[in-house]
Design a protein around this ligand. Structure first.
Ligand code: 8GP
Length: 839
């Protein structure tokens, strides 16, 4: 894009109010206008979907002026820009959030009311862009919100999956996956950019040649080319005028298909090949761990990384004659290893396409990237078989080999008598199948590496990247995750928002430390009453939603004890179940001493191929079935599973929680972010010393947190000493009875085998130490139950949780990234200045 010499007029001042005015009157007029001119509908026949679309276009118009002005401001200032590379963005519904960030919720509600429409009904129409699996994808979305809010020039790059995370249906207690169709009715938030396309190549071979200066070079002769086309979504800041760009790539077939196949006369074969190319962006892999050797997954990763880097190069060359200084214009964050092929791709662009020499290319590359690690689970660390890698990306494999050869030389010099260390650090894992270690590539190719919570960052340094930390200690950072208070307080919990705003003024949503103004009121009786009413209303809303979704009736007076997150053995939903069955058992035995009525709420998706996780979902439903229909028990206990946990449901769930279950085995949960959302909404946590729980507990006060369980060191020791879960089973009567109940067929209509794989795993291996942690967990639960029977004491703790969790705002996290990693400064955008754009 060449810059226009003369400024094109923005839309004229006469219609400016219609398209940008924020009063209820302007919004109403624009809405009616959009219904006619965009949706092509008249009032009497408009469907709820038409209402949503018209509302979305009305809001979008108001975003575009900001967006264009932002692009203009960044470009003129030649601003250093953050590029967030992520295979996932779990955005959640856009309309409500955009209304908040524009500051027009009240105007919109008023305008809708004037037209006889309930704003909530419109909001409920929106299908959510579920372009992520869980924590990592949602974190990326929170970070986009904070980057814009902090006026940081930033672009989010990712994949426009046609089908996001599957819809979860429950049939007879089992998870059944259904295709997500978020794009079917159109996506009003994206702007397709058909002219913004980049070629992406795969396969073929490489060949050496000598260039015009007589230098040795390599040329990649690929077999296949596709195109990546940009779809842009504006991302509003809150309380400012900055509006950043989320650019997602969509795959379309390139010309090689036409030339090779159509011209050979194989029409159907050609069409098929085209369809194959377009498959690349069809579907999000629904796993929270990499699937071994999935070719399409590697293609997805390279596809979006290549498009993104080509786009960055294009922008850079608008300002500079060559790629020198690329790393000064951009800081590129690798959200886990999924985009780490970027290291090899930027090398290729510098070397092969821009004629740079190796040393300079490597310098630029290493100074461009930074890498965030999100997991320590060995099975989740990405590696790709060399064979597959070389077949799809022969040139990149060569480059990786060369990076590795030079790196290993350096290591051998530094550790001449330690060949084992050198082998451990290699980018290539040697073995029957040789593999590329993506975490090593990301670490070697980056100037910074960070973990996502204090304890996790320490573990990164002492376990998976230990050798690298010894080599480059200064490269390693911690940046504890954060979540956006706009979506997870203001949007999800309007009553809480009202309470905070009354005390702290409206500034708290930009400066979450202001939540502390709640603290002095923690013991104030009138304030406590208002707080309780807020919780109560949120619980009633969730109860209504549960009834609608499952038919189950729950009592909003009971303690809402909630665990929502992906289903995984390390997250230990089944530990929660062991406690529930223990409570059931005590009531049946008449030995119960904790009369606190409780509603246990579960939610979360299981990876479609993860048998144990799916069996845990079945067990939750089976236990629920027995408990909920037993009149001796169901006055005291209810168990429900909210199907299809997603951002939309989450917004209704977090505010309603009394108790937040964060019970992973110590050392396994990198951070957790749900834990923060619960706590901000006044839930107390029952949790282990894992991930961000550690910092949440320190922030809210140890007396306001129900801690239990083995520490990381104790977990290690227990396993090292030869853990025998069977012994816990034998020596702990209640635990034994609980497990025997699961094996009795009571929860499986008499079939003692149904849950066998789960109970066998617990008794024989128990890799996540449920049995070892069981006594402490049950004891902590009893403390929580007791505490809940003192409403004033509980409310005080609840208020203090919300008051002290400002640290977990994603604004704080992004400030730390800006200062400690990216070295990037805010670039505020002003709409008011006008800059003469309107003639
Ligand atoms: C998650 C971690 O499990 C969680 O502890 C952390 O809070 C979150 O990332 C954000 O840092 N990891 C993933 O979601 C993850 O690895 N997802 C894979 C599907 C890519």
């Amino acid at each position: 894009g060449t810059a226009r010499k003369e400024r094109a007029p923005m839309h004229g001042s006469s219609d400016e109010r219609t398209r940008t005015g924020m009063s209820p009157e302007s919004l109403k007029r624009a809405f009616v206008d959009s219904m006619f001119y965009v949706q092509a509908r008249y009032w009497e026949v408009a469907t709820p979907h038409d209402l949503y679309m018209a509302a979305a276009y009305t809001v979008r118009d108001r975003m575009l002026e900001r967006w264009i002005r932002t692009a203009e401001t960044y470009r003129k200032a030649d601003a250093r820009t953050v590029c967030y590379l992520s295979a996932e963005y779990l955005l959640g519904p856009q309309l409500g959030n955009n209304l908040i960030n524009l500051g027009i919720v009240d105007s919109a509600r008023q305008g809708a009311r004037d037209l006889g429409i309930d704003l909530q009904e419109i909001l409920d129409q929106e299908p959510e862009p579920g372009l992520g699996n869980g924590g990592l994808g949602r974190l990326a979305a929170c970070y986009l919100d904070s980057l814009a809010t902090l006026s940081i020039p930033a672009i989010g790059y990712g994949i426009r999956y046609e089908h996001g995370i599957f819809d979860q249906k429950i049939v007879d207690g089992w998870q059944v996956e259904d295709c997500d169709l978020w794009l079917t009715n159109g996506n009003p938030w994206e702007i397709p950019r058909p002219l913004l396309r980049y070629p992406v190549r795969f396969g073929g071979h490489t060949e050496p040649y000598t260039d015009e200066h007589g230098r040795f070079r390599v040329r990649w002769v690929p077999e296949l080319d596709l195109y990546g086309m940009a779809y842009d979504t504006p991302v509003l800041g809150f309380g400012n005028d900055n509006t950043n760009l989320l650019r997602l790539w969509h795959a379309t077939a390139g010309r090689s298909f036409d030339l090779q196949a159509f011209h050979k006369g194989d029409y159907y074969g050609a069409v098929n090949a085209k369809v194959g190319a377009e498959n690349i962006t069809k579907v999000l892999y629904p796993n929270d761990e990499p699937e071994v050797g999935k070719e399409l997954r590697l293609k997805q990763q390279y596809f979006f990384v290549s498009c993104s880097l080509q786009d960055m190069v294009r922008v850079h060359l608008q300002h500079a004659p060559n790629l020198e200084g690329f790393h000064e214009r951009f800081a590129a964050q690798l959200n886990d290893t999924h985009p780490s092929i970027a290291v090899a791709e930027l090398m290729r662009l510098c070397l092969d396409e821009h004629g740079m020499d190796w040393e300079r290319a490597w310098e630029i590359t290493r100074r461009t990237f930074a890498y965030t690690n999100h997991t320590l689970l060995p099975e989740a660390l990405e590696t790709w078989p060399v064979e597959l890698f070389g077949r799809l990306l022969p040139r990149h494999l060569e480059i990786i080999y060369e990076i590795n050869a030079r790196f290993l030389d350096e290591l051998r010099m530094r550790y001449p008598f330690d060949p084992e260390r050198v082998a451990r650090m290699s980018l290539i894992e040697e073995g029957p199948v040789r593999r590329v270690r993506m975490a090593h590539l990301a670490t070697v190719g980056s100037f910074a590496v960070n973990g996502v919570a204090a304890i996790h960052s320490e573990l990164v340094k002492s376990t998976v990247l230990r050798d690298f930390h010894e080599l480059w200690p200064e490269k390693f950072h911690n940046i504890t995750n954060g979540v956006t208070p706009r979506r997870f307080i203001q949007l999800s919990n309007p009553d809480l928002c009202g309470i905070i705003t009354d005390l702290a003024g409206p500034g708290w949503a930009r400066d979450a430390e202001n939540l502390r103004t709640l603290e002095p009121h923690a013991d104030d009786a009138a304030f406590q009453q208002r707080w309780q009413a807020m919780k109560r209303a949120a619980k009633e809303r969730l109860a209504a939603r549960i009834r609608e979704a499952t038919g189950a009736v729950v009592d909003p007076q009971s303690l809402f004890d909630i665990q929502v997150k992906r289903i995984h053995e390390y997250k230990r939903q089944h530990l929660n179940l062991l406690h529930i069955v223990a409570l059931y058992h005590r009531i049946k035995q008449g030995t119960d001493s904790d009369p606190t009525p409780r509603t246990f709420v579960f939610g979360g998706k299981a990876a479609p191929g993860y048998f144990m996780a799916k069996l845990i979902i079945k067990l939750i439903h089976s236990v629920a079935e027995v408990i909920n229909r037993d009149p001796e028990v169901n006055q005291r206990l209810r168990v429900v599973f909210v199907p299809n946990f997603n951002v939309k449901n989450a917004e209704c769930i977090y505010p309603a929680a009394d108790l937040s279950e964060q019970i992973s085995t110590a050392g396994k949960e990198a951070s957790g972010t749900g834990n923060m959302k619960f706590s901000m909404n006044g839930a107390l946590t029952i949790g282990t010393l894992d991930g961000a729980n550690v910092e949440i507990r320190d922030a809210v006060g140890h007396e306001n947190f129900f801690l239990f369980g083995l520490t990381v060191a104790e977990v290690e020791r227990t396993l090292a000493e030869g853990y025998r879960p069977w012994e816990y089973y034998r020596s702990h009567d209640e635990l034994r009875e609980v497990i025997d109940l699961l094996r009795s067929g009571l929860f499986s209509h008499g079939d003692p085998d149904l849950f066998r794989p789960l109970t066998d795993s617990l008794l024989q291996h128990d890799p996540y130490l449920l049995l070892a942690d069981y006594p402490a967990y049950v004891e902590a639960q009893a403390r929580a139950g007791d505490a809940f029977r003192d409403p004033a004491g509980w409310t005080r703790m609840s208020i203090l949780n919300a008051a002290r969790t400002g640290f977990f705002s994603s604004d704080r996290a992004i400030r730390e990234y800006c200062r400690n990693i990216w070295q990037v400064e805010p670039m505020p955008v002003s709409l008011a200045a006008g800059n003469g754009s309107v003639p």
